[in-house]
Design a protein around this ligand. Sequence first.
Ligand code: PLP
Length: 470
Amino acid sequence: MTPDEFRKHAHELVEWMAAYLENVEKYPVRSMVKPGEIFKQIPDKAPVLPDSFTNLMKDIDEIIMPGITHWQNPNFFAYFPANTSPPSILAEMIIAALGAQCMNWETSPAAAELEEKMMNWLKEMTGLPDYFEGVIQDSASTATLTAIITAREKASKFSFNENGTNPPGTLRVYCSEQAHSSVEKAVKISGLGKRNLVKVAVDENFAMLPGRLEEAVKSDKQNRFVPCCVVVTIGTTGTTAVDPLRPVGEICRKNDIWLHVDAAMAGTALILPEFQWMLDGKEYIDSFLFNPHKWMFTNFDCTAYFTRDVASLIKTFEILPEYLKTRTRGQVNDYRDWGIPLGRRFRALKLWSVIRSFGTEGLQKKIRMHIQFAARLRELISKEPDFELMAPVIINLVCFRYSPPGFDKKEINNLNEKLNHSLNDSGKIFLSHTVLNGKYTLRMVTGQTNVTLEHIERAWDLIMKTARSF
Ligand SMILES: Cc1ncc(COP(=O)(O)O)c(C=O)c1O
C-alpha cells in the first residue's frame, strides 16, 4: 500500500469508525450468529495474490460485523464493561501508527517516561500511598499472576525461580470464595498448585470473613504450610462485594504474608472521595491492580499494577541477555523487568489521552452518574414484589432475579435462566448471570460509557414484560 493509498483508506476508515460509534445502538447487542458461521465464510487458504483494502472493508461489513457483540452499545449491561471513548480510540490509532515496541527505556524513552508519569497520576487519583510504583500490564489476570509469583519468590527467599522447587515448605495462597477465577489460574500456573489455594468463606454480603482467614492461616502454620499471599477483592465479579482490607491487612502483617488487592473494575470508583472507604487499611497493601480498560473509558487492554516493593518485582522478573544490555540500565525504568512479557505496547498514550480529554472532574462526573443509575435501578426493582434484589448495590452493578409466588427454588432458577436467554436472544439488551447461594441471579451493570437513565429504564421495562410473559 502506498502512502497515498494509506491516506485515502485511513480517511475512509475514520468515517466508518465515526458512523459505527454513532449507530452502535442499532446493532443487536449480542451477536446473533451461530457457531461456525463466520469461519465458513473465510477462505481456507491464504490468498496468493494481493487483495485491496476496499475488498477487506466490504468483508468486514458483510462477514465480520454480524459476528461482533457490541460492547460499546449502551444497552450492553453484561459482565463488567470494556469501555472505550473517542480520545482512547484516537490514541490507539497513534499507537498503531508509531508501532513502537516499548520493552526498554531505550526502545522508546517517551513511552517509558509517560508510563511512569501516568502511573503517578493514577496513584494520586485513586488515593494509593505515595510510596507505590506502578506499571501497565495487559490484564488483571497477568497482574495477579505477577503478584503471586513475586510473593512466591519472597516467601521462598528467591529460590523458587532458581531451583524450580519450594524449599521452605508448601506455599499457600488465600482469597475469598467470591474472588475472580484469575486467582485460581495464577496459583495453578505459578507452580504453587491449585490445592494450595484456600478459598475463605464470605459473609451475607459476599465479602471475605477475616476471622475465617485467620483460622485458615493459623491451621496452615500448625500443619507446616507457609502462608505466602492473600488476595483481597475490591468489587467482586459476582456482586461487587468489597473484602475488608484493614482486618485482612492486619492478619497479613502479623503473619508476614504478601497482600495483593484485585480492584479490577471497582478501582475506578476510588477516584471518587466517597469511595475511599474501600481503601481503609491501604498501608498494608503490597500490590494492587485496577483496569482502566473496564470502567475508565480506556480501550482494552490496560491494567494498572502498583507495588510497594519494586525491588522484589524486578528481582523476580528481570532477565538480561546480551542483546538487551543498555548504557542507561539502573538510571531509568526498563519495564520489561516489571512483568511477564518482553515486548510491550505504548499503552500509556491512551491513558494520557483519556485523562486529559475528560479531566479528573469529567471522569468523576461520568462514573458518579453510572453509580446513580444503579441506585435508581435498585429502587425500581425494589418496587416490584415479584422481583428480588440478591445483593447489596454498592457501585454500578445490580443483582436481581424474578421470583413470582408459587414456584419452587429449582423452577425459579429455570425461569431466570430462561429470562436471561430470552432477553439476550432479543438483541435489545445483554445481561449476564451469576449463582448466589445456589440461586440463579441476573447481573445488570450500569457502567457502559454512553448509557443514560433512559436506557436503564427501557431495559427494566423490557425485563419486567419479558418475565411476566412466561
Ligand atoms: C474482580 C476481577 N478480577 C479480575 C478479572 C479479570 O480481568 P482481565 O480480563 O483483565 O484479566 C475480572 C474480570 O472481569 C474481575 O472482575
